[in-house]
Design a protein around this ligand. Structure first.
Ligand code: HEC
Length: 187
């Protein structure tokens, strides 16, 4: 009887783990959610809107990046100790590197990170290059800061990002400043 009960329990556990195959482990998702909520990802990757409490990230578009519908005119020229300007949505930035737009981090397959593997994600942060081998990831994405995450933390962030609602939003390409493009061409 006890042996039968034991067999039944094993069967239940095995079935449950098969049922969840392909889904990220729940504890990693919870850890990733905590890290995303404390590491400012929403400050830059969720478009801000004006509420009665003042400007704040529009969580109905959580982590979907710079809105494709918001065409940004050329940035104002800044000089002296002023170096950088940000759009009202906090998703568009202009500085000595040119103009950058925050990426869509939702699992949408065409416009977000839907096709990225965990390895793609970790290598992007580790190298500061798109997918670990493409063009340099531009400011103000805090690559050097996030490089301090452990692999387990980055895997948890990736696991959480798989679970958020996908948003179809094709973020525009960055406008690389001519001087920055020349500086990068030798490397
Ligand atoms: C200060 C603003 C800022 C913060 C905070 C920020 N990002 Fe970014 N992020 C950016 C910008 C701008 C880009 C686009 C850079 C580019 O086009 O090269 C970007 C791009 C990315 C990319 C895409 C890189 C690629 O190669 O396509 C990923 C992934 C990413 N961020 C993840 C995160 C995560 C996860 C967090 C929180 C842990 C975060 N970002 C926080 C500004 C920010």
């Amino acid at each position: 009887m006890n042996a039968l009960k034991m067999l039944f329990r094993i069967a239940v556990v095995v079935t449950a783990s098969f049922a969840r195959a392909g889904e990220p482990p729940a504890d990693a998702v919870a850890r990733g959610k905590y890290l995303v909520s404390t590491s400012a990802c929403n400050d830059c990757h969720t478009p801000w809107h004006l509420t009665e409490r003042g400007p704040e990230p529009d969580m109905s578009r959580m982590l979907s990046g710079h809105p494709a519908s918001l065409e940004m005119p050329p940035a104002p020229v800044v000089a002296g100790p002023w170096q950088m300007v940000a759009g009202a949505t906090n998703t568009a930035w202009a500085g000595p590197w040119g103009v950058s737009f925050t990426a869509n981090l939702t699992p949408d397959r065409e416009t977000g990170l839907g096709k990225w593997t965990e390895r793609n994600f970790i290598e992007t942060i580790r190298t500061g290059r798109h997918l670990g081998r493409g063009r340099a990831v531009l400011p103000p994405m805090p690559i050097p800061v996030y490089n301090n995450f452990t692999d387990a933390d980055l895997a948890a962030i990736y696991a959480y990002l798989r679970t958020i609602p996908p948003v179809k939003n094709r973020v525009p390409e960055p406008r690389i400043a001519p001087s920055a493009a020349m500086a990068g061409s030798g490397s």
